[in-house]
Design a protein around this ligand. Structure first.
Ligand code: ZN
Length: 228
């Protein structure tokens, strides 16, 4: 990156976005991530009309996602975030309180595996936000394809209109790490979540074919469009 300036300002770049052909400084990369996350939220169903949204914690994208959601719902009075706590991340609550604006209420509720939708509905939410990054989202698609899990790809809203939204699904893990440092968020070193073999396969493949994770997401979106 040495010697290359950000395409939007004169600061030294910290990243070359191979898929866009742009060099970016940390500030403009972070702004770019926020813009793209907001766009993905709109495309995947929006924040919804209810005053509660549910959120699955964990992974390197969790705190960045909280920060972005805070920017969005800060302008909507009476909003509450329900954190569906299933892991052992005891710092989830304090981290969330630290990042979100004070006026946003936070509830942390325990969930058992695979009961997230029921619990979110019980607490009055019709959106579940998940912080999967590009590699995790692409590995999920490939895992579904390999195992024949069609419903995992299609993910139509259920009878109660529950929609699962992954705002960071087009943001590579390396960019989320820069965003995390730029906003002084606590980094999560637990690694990516998902099928380890599939993640490794995709990681190896992406070195020579960086567009593969994006192609998998496009394949998923195309299938969703085709299903009535
Ligand atoms: Zn810049």
């Amino acid at each position: 990156m040495q010697g290359k300036s950000c395409f939007r300002c004169s600061e030294p770049s910290v990243l070359y976005q191979q898929y866009s052909g742009r060099y970016l400084c940390a500030k403009h990369l972070s702004e770019d991530i926020i813009t793209r996350a907001k766009r993905t939220i709109r495309l995947q169903g929006g924040i919804g009309k209810k005053n509660k949204i549910a959120l699955i914690p964990g992974g390197p994208g969790f705190l960045p996602l909280l920060a972005i959601l805070g920017l969005i719902i800060d302008q909507r009075p009476g909003m509450e975030i329900v954190i569906l706590q299933s892991g052992n991340d005891v710092d989830t609550g304090s981290a969330a309180c630290h990042i979100l604006p004070e006026m946003i209420q936070i509830s942390i509720v325990p969930v058992k595996q695979k009961s997230c939708i029921k619990v979110a509905e019980h607490y009055g939410a019709d959106r579940i936000f998940c912080s999967s990054c590009l590699e995790e989202a692409a590995a999920d698609v490939l895992s579904c394809v390999l195992s024949g899990n069609i419903s995992g790809i299609i993910q139509k809203p259920d009878d109660n209109g529950m929609v699962i939204i992954k705002p960071l699904c087009e943001i590579p893990h390396s960019e989320i790490a820069i965003f995390t440092r730029f906003f002084n968020l606590q980094s999560n070193d637990a690694g990516l979540s998902g099928n380890g073999d599939v993640l490794q396969f995709l990681s190896d493949l992406s070195r020579s074919h960086p567009s593969v994770p994006f192609s998998l997401l496009k394949y998923r979106d195309r299938l969703r469009d085709l299903v009535p």
